[in-house]
Design a binder for this molecule. Structure first.
Ligand SMILES: [Zn+2]
Ligand SMILES: [Zn+2]
Length: 174
């Protein structure tokens, strides 16, 4: 969805532009790689574009719902990622003079393409892996049993407590 932001910049008819956009069915597949998803349920962006401090600003909330594999057990579960905030919008041609993280630069001067905006700001919120639930036990590395359904008969060696601490450390880093 393209929004012409010139009228807000010039403070013409509209002082603000509200939008509520749902990514179309035909475009959903374009987001699979970004999200690391098997399937995309929906992606929404809602918000408002208005003038702030003499600049064009956007207030936004993005919500994405999609099917992804658990990093531990491989089960596919529906995940939701949400993000939102406020940015200033400037034309690509102004990129050199206006630096910093507060700005979003449009590809085409005066036109905000919401799909590009979603890719940029949803992209930074994507976790690098998903879990089906926080404490997922994963699969036994020997027999492949889903350990969420109970222990398996594989022999488990008692771990030296020093190694346990290391394991916990790496588990947290993951
Ligand atoms: Zn899992
Ligand atoms: Zn096992």
């Amino acid at each position: 969805m393209r929004i012409n932001i010139e009228s807000v910049r010039k403070k013409e008819a509209a002082n603000s532009i509200k939008f509520d956009y749902r990514v179309e069915e035909s475009e959903k597949n374009n987001y699979k790689i970004l999200l690391g998803a098997k399937e995309v349920g929906f992606i929404n962006i809602i918000g408002e574009i208005s003038q702030k401090n003499g600049l064009v600003a956007i207030d936004y909330e993005i919500e994405a719902n999609f099917l992804a594999e658990c990093a531990r057990c491989g089960k596919e579960t529906w995940q939701t990622v949400e993000t939102g905030g406020e940015k200033y919008i400037a034309d690509k041609s102004e990129e050199d003079e206006k630096a910093g993280g507060d700005f979003y630069f449009t590809e085409t001067d005066g036109i905000l393409e919401l799909s590009d905006f979603i890719v940029e700001f949803l992209g930074v919120e994507i976790p690098y892996r998903y879990l089906c639930f926080d404490d997922c036990q994963g699969l036994c590395q020997k027999c492949g049993k889903d350990l969420n359904e109970g222990g398996c008969s594989c022999q488990k060696k008692e771990k030296n407590p020093a190694f346990k601490i290391l394991d916990d450390f790496f588990e947290k880093k993951e």
